[in-house]
Design a protein around this ligand. Structure first.
Ligand code: G4P
Length: 521
């Protein structure tokens, strides 16, 4: 279904979105095992633990038992390369999560069969919807007591305003679970790993495989389900309007191959990426890509930084020079990294949809576009207006230089945004979620040896401002000097005490545009 005319190697670049505990880690492991990338269940967690034990990097991950940063895991299956981008699993929405989702072509939404749609599932889903990312649903934990398939599918349809298409149907749940019926393929998947073809639901063979009760229930439910829900329509799935629904148990490795097959057969190949003036097609010649994440201090021994770039077009070759948007600087990429489940390898070549890590010393920033020829500008990688603003107070005032350097690094990574007020010298940090502040303090202490406190600031939110006429900007800035600041790029920002203040000031300044997002250009 995904034949590509160019004969280029094909990719499935995707993320798993879920609420904590729905089974993302377990499913990730099973996918990696199926792809031969790891051999024993438990290795995803184990690998994380060794890494954490080896260094004091990301102490907070350890303390809170969460994965704050996202990573990339590449595996092969059936001749295809799957790039799985991990999204942070904590409850706070962070910009990092959003940006990771800008780099995928599709997502798998994992739902706990007993809990249905949860808060974090919904938030991540909303982010996918902003970019019309196609979503395959995997209802996990069918081996445990759960809600009825109708209930779950109605919830997805109602809460997420998506059409649902049942692809599998469980014959019972929990203690009564007897297998999965493949609706389109007319097959019965039995718990002992057997797969039996049947000639529709009326096939008497079904009665030899299932208990009388389960067979009767399955026939009734599937008939109702197939009649009541839409049939799978790939165009609707690709436009983000329909989700095919699979059931299974990640823990028992049941229904997982079917999910991989769905990714293989239904999920899109690398999609054109939004760019100015026109989207960049993966079939276009010439390498282009964008940086969606920068991670500093991956190795605490060296102050290195790795920029994660999603390739959007062309064939990337090691050593090639790419031009950076904005600066126009040519950057030679000598040691690009490919991320496998258990190792990192130097990439000699990479294709659209791949993620490569580019070690650098701070030249590359989130939102940067890189291109082999004329620089392009990918759009839709915004900074979000912070919802929490704090003043940074040094415990030891002699560490000002270190603090500046640290805040510069961390704002480059997108951990926080930093604002310099027009009056006074104390920097203001802004975040979208509370957890980002904890990450900030922990990293200042452990990586930069800077002891700092965060103090309340008089401001609640910030807006980037712009005008068409320079005098209007100057007038606004002088009138609101005490609420003016600049961001790390020197762009003017208005700090508002609260939404009322923002509405009042913006209402009185019709020639000034107030923006809650800023795209890097
Ligand atoms: P997360 O990454 O989404 O947070 O979830 P994770 O995979 O860690 O799974 C959360 C819990 O749910 C784990 O149990 C895991 O074993 C269990 N689980 C995952 N998939 C299934 C499934 O298909 N069926 C059943 N019955 N359980 C499942 P835990 O006891 O919290 O952790 P652990 O001690 O097993 O690691």
């Amino acid at each position: 279904m995904n034949d590509r005319p160019t004969g280029r190697p094909d990719r499935r670049t995707f993320a798993i979105i879920s609420h904590p505990d729905a089974g993302k880690t377990t499913l990730t492991e099973k996918l990696l095992i199926a792809g031969g990338a790891i051999h024993l269940a438990g290795e995803v967690k184990a690998r994380g633990q060794t890494r954490r034990a080896r260094s004091d990097w990301m102490k907070i991950e350890q303390q809170r038992g969460i994965s704050v940063t996202s990573s990339v895991m590449t595996f092969e299956y059936d001749g295809l390369t799957f790039n799985l981008l991990d999204t942070p699993g904590h409850e706070d929405f962070s910009e990092d999560t959003y940006r990771t989702l800008t780099a995928v072509d599709s997502a798998v939404m994992v739902i706990d069969a007993a809990r249905g749609i949860e808060a974090q599932t919904r938030k991540l889903f909303e982010v996918c919807r902003l970019r019309s990312v196609p979503i395959i649903t995997f209802v996990n934990k069918v081996d445990r007591e759960g809600r009825s398939p109708f209930d779950l599918m109605d919830e997805i349809a109602d809460q997420l305003a998506l059409d649902v298409a049942p692809m599998m149907w469980p014959a019972g749940l929990g203690g009564e679970f007897e297998g999965l019926y493949d609706v389109a393929g007319q097959r019965m998947l039995l718990p002992e790993g057997r797969v039996e073809s049947v000639d529709g639901l009326d096939d008497p063979k079904l009665d030899t495989m299932l208990s009388e009760r389960a067979a009767a229930r399955l026939r009734e439910e599937v008939e109702l389900g197939v009649g009541g829900y839409a049939a799978f329509d790939r165009a609707k799935y690709l436009s983000g309007d329909m989700t095919p629904v699979y059931f299974g148990s990640a823990l028992r490795d049941f229904g997982v191959p079917e999910l991989i097959h769905a990714l293989r057969d239904l999920a899109p190949s690398p999609r054109p990426q939004p760019a100015d003036p026109a989207p960049i097609s993966p079939d276009q010649d010439g390498v282009t890509g964008f940086v969606f994440k920068v991670q500093a201090n991956m190795n605490p021994q060296h102050r290195d930084r790795v920029a994660f770039m999603r390739l959007c077009s062309g064939k990337f070759r090691r050593g090639m020079k790419l031009n950076q948007s904005g600066t126009g600087k040519a950057i030679a990429v000598h040691s690009p990294i490919l991320f496998f489940a258990q190792s990192r390898e130097v990439a000699d070549e990479a294709w659209p949809g791949d993620i490569i890590g580019i070690p650098n010393h701070g030249t590359l920033r989130v939102g940067d576009s890189l291109a082999e020829g004329t620089p392009v500008v990918f759009t839709g990688l915004p900074n979000f207006a912070p919802e929490i603003l704090r003043r940074v107070q040094l415990v030891d005032p002699t560490k000002t230089k270190q603090l500046r350097k640290a805040l510069d690094d961390l704002s480059e990574e997108g951990v926080v945004q930093v604002f310099h007020p027009a009056i006074g010298s104390q920097m203001i940090v802004g975040v979208v979620g509370q957890l980002q502040l904890e990450v900030l303090i922990s990293r200042l202490e452990h990586e930069y040896k800077v002891d700092a406190r965060l103090e309340p600031s008089p401001w609640d939110t910030a807006r980037w401002i712009a005008t068409d006429a320079a005098p209007d900007m100057a007038a606004f800035q002088s009138q609101h000097r005490s609420a003016m600041a600049t961001d790390r790029d020197g762009q003017p920002v208005f700090l508002a005490k609260d939404l009322w203040d923002l509405n009042f000031v913006s209402g009185r300044s019709p020639t000034v545009r107030f923006s809650a997002t800023k795209e890097r250009v």
